[in-house]
Design a binder for this molecule. Structure first.
Ligand SMILES: NC(=O)C1=CN([C@@H]2O[C@H](COP(=O)(O)OP(=O)(O)OC[C@H]3O[C@@H](n4cnc5c(N)ncnc54)[C@H](OP(=O)(O)O)[C@@H]3O)[C@@H](O)[C@H]2O)C=CC1
Ligand SMILES: CC(C)=CCC[C@@H](C)[C@H]1CC=C2C3=C(CC[C@@]21C)[C@@]1(C)CC[C@H](O)C(C)(C)[C@@H]1CC3
Length: 608
């Protein structure tokens, strides 16, 4: 940045386009050709501004006219964490030490978030902040004078209590801002307030396509796998008669399994933890009893087995089980979408609120749909489908012994069963970690996850075991050792990476983490840059992919079908990485750029 007045990373005041109002922004870059600064606002909006539209921070108060209640200056009223984050360059790497634990960046409390993000309104309670901020920015864009008047009225009203007001000043402010929106904007413009602007998965058409594509792929994979020759050359597979796909008894078993898992989920055993703060500042409570569910499910399966229940029945009616699960997941998706129409604005998923029925139905309109304290997304993500996958694998193991007249399962089948059992048991042992994943924090609960959790996971992730029933593959001991080593490496990387990140996110000031290197960000959260997170930006994905290959290798190299999972998984994680990257850049701005500069590789070391 040669001739520019402001430096990269500097926090200055930037004019909101079309208004006379200035907000705090961070300078991301300067283009010498266009002489424009790229800046990021606190809400993540990135814009290009002329130098003339930017001022140094000390002018903030004069430019906006905002003052804290009681007339205190804004800088003096800042929380300590805020002061700390301003005095540091976000790009500076911090080495944390136990002796400096108090100084270490801490996770923001809801109050801190309010003060950092909506400083002009710092005197009001943390509630509906995101909605209010969106409205405020919107009003400024379309009618800055009216927006200023409303802000002034609310500020004065709060300070001197001149007129009867709503109990919560933020509610009053939102109502006033909403009035401006109603009066000023045209109908199509109104529809865009608070709506998801950037659509993922190919937008509306992509979503419509996926609703048909995912069930179709599931069918094709299962039909191919059943064939004598499951090679791609034998595509398309022979389609079964429609009436053979439905069996009321099978549907009953699927429904009972779902209810049995729901019952286990509701058991009052295990600790209750809080999830990450939502946009409203609220934290939902989750009961952690998934591992008990695994143990009790295994016990139920054991009892059934020793009562001579033929569990290979699942293998023999696999297509019917898949169809029943598809029906269940479709009914659930419709229910989720319908109930989301009554959800409040703050309960909607940031990514699934486009206003388009198909898109929102697919992505999920409501973020955390609950029936009382029963969290539908959290339950479906880890219970009926994931544990069901293991039951299916076990059924395939029994079917293999029956079909191939074996006294013991094949080595290949044992490896596949063992590896995947470890994966599921691990997921439920570390159940709490799911609360920081994209699915829980960002994605709504709609068709994508309902189908993914209840159909895609149990029926396509068990493809290797299904394949081995009729397509045996003998393994030599050295080859078994190689496969075991790959699984072990993959699992270690996956587990270490997820545990490191989860421990850091849960309690960044833990003395046990005093040695880790971090990059502070303007949000108050930091990014890990040491250990596996200093090697690649998604070490957990890397470990997961290595593990996935170990699940397919026992099936040999005759057909590509058992490698479907690895191929799909690599595509899923590349896409997921890109989505996450976008969200992180929005959230962390220049600190994320600095992280990417220091940790150059995305998933695979040496590959950008
Ligand atoms: N088997 C399967 O089908 C699937 C498995 N998975 C697995 O699930 C696990 C979780 O995946 P997913 O939720 O996608 O991703 P992550 O668990 O990696 O979560 C991404 C988030 O982590 C935080 N983060 C990123 N970089 C850093 C850093 N350097 N330091 C601290 N925090 C950081 C950011 O959130 P913030 O900063 O807000 O905390 C980011 O949004 C992975 O192991 C993945 O392989 C995922 C999908 C499918
Ligand atoms: C397009 C498409 C097929 C979408 C569906 C994706 C879902 C199948 C996956 C999205 C994220 C998932 C996770 C797991 C299973 C698959 C889905 C639901 C997971 C529960 C598997 C076990 C892991 O240990 C995990 C808990 C980390 C993981 C979380 C993400």
């Amino acid at each position: 940045m040669p001739s520019n007045r402001f430096q990269k990373g500097e926090a200055v005041m930037g004019r909101w386009p079309g208004s006379s109002l200035y907000y705090e922004v961070k300078v991301l870059s300067y283009d010498t050709d266009t002489q424009l600064y790229t800046v990021i606002y606190k809400d993540g909006t990135e814009l290009e501004l002329k130098g003339a539209d930017m001022k140094v921070s000390s002018l903030y108060q004069r430019a906006t006219g905002f003052r804290q209640s009681g007339g205190r200056s804004r800088s003096r009223s800042r929380s300590p964490s805020r002061r700390r984050s301003r005095s540091r360059s976000p790009a500076r790497v911090t080495r944390r030490s136990t002796s400096r634990t108090k100084e270490a960046p801490k996770e923001p409390k809801p109050k801190d978030v309010l003060e950092v993000r909506v400083s002009p309104l710092a005197y009001v309670k943390f509630k509906n902040v995101q909605n209010c901020k969106k409205l405020l920015l919107f009003c400024h864009k379309f009618c800055p004078q009216k927006a200023e008047a409303v802000l002034e009225k609310n500020r004065v009203g709060t300070r001197y209590n001149l007129r009867p007001r709503k109990e919560d000043p933020m509610d009053q402010l939102i109502e006033d801002l909403q009035k401006i929106v109603d009066e000023t904007l045209s109908e199509p413009e109104k529809q865009t307030v608070g709506k998801t602007a950037e659509l993922e998965f190919g937008g509306k058409l992509g979503a419509a396509f996926m609703i048909v594509f995912l069930p179709a792929v599931t069918f094709v994979l299962l039909l191919m796998c059943q064939q004598k020759d499951p090679s791609l050359l034998d595509f398309p597979p022979v389609l079964p008669e429609l009436d053979t796909l439905w069996d009321a008894g099978v549907f009953g078993i699927v429904a009972l399994w779902f209810l049995f898992q729901a019952l286990l989920y509701m058991l009052p055993v295990g600790k209750v933890v809080e999830g990450l703060p939502l946009a409203t500042g609220k934290r939902l409570k989750y009961r952690i009893n998934g591992f008990y569910a695994v143990i009790l499910s295994a016990a139920a399966l054991g009892v059934a087995y020793y009562q001579d229940v033929d569990l290979s029945y699942i293998h023999d009616h696999f297509m019917q089980f898949a169809v029943s699960s598809m029906i269940l997941s479709s009914v659930l998706s419709v229910y989720l979408y319908v109930r989301s129409r009554w959800a409040r604005e703050g309960e909607l998923a940031p990514g699934g609120n486009s206003g388009n029925v198909i898109y929102d139905f697919y992505i999920g309109h409501e973020l955390n749909p609950r029936i009382k304290s029963f969290d539908l997304k959290y339950f479906c993500e880890l219970r009926p489908g994931l544990i069901g996958w293991i039951v299916i694998n076990f059924s395939m193991l029994l079917a293999e012994m029956k079909f191939q007249k074996l006294d013991t399962p094949s080595l290949a089948m044992m490896l596949v069963n063992g590896f995947q059992l470890l994966y599921v048991a691990d997921a439920l042992w570390h159940e709490e970690a799911i609360l920081t994943t994209m699915d829980i924090v960002h994605d709504g609960f709609g068709f994508m996850l309902a189908f993914g959790d209840l159909v895609w996971v149990p029926f396509t992730y068990s493809l290797q075991a299904f394949y081995l029933v009729k397509h045996p593959n003998a393994l030599s001991w050295p080859w078994v050792a190689v496969i075991l080593a790959i699984k072990l490496i993959g699992y270690s990387v996956f587990r270490k990476a997820n545990s490191e990140k989860n421990a850091f996110r849960r309690n960044p000031t833990d003395p046990k983490l005093s040695h880790v290197r971090t990059i502070p960000t303007a949000t108050g959260k930091s990014l890990l840059v040491s250990g596996l997170w200093g090697l690649v930006r998604h070490p957990n994905y890397l470990g997961d992919i290595i593990m996935a290959s170990a699940w397919s290798l026992p099936c040999g190299f005759t057909h590509i079908l058992p490698y479907f999972y690895v191929i799909y998984f690599i595509c899923l994680l590349i896409h997921r990485e890109a989505r996450d990257e976008k969200q992180c850049r929005k959230k962390y701005g220049s600190a994320w750029d600095e992280y990417c500069r220091q940790v150059r590789y995305r998933i695979i070391p040496g590959v950008y």
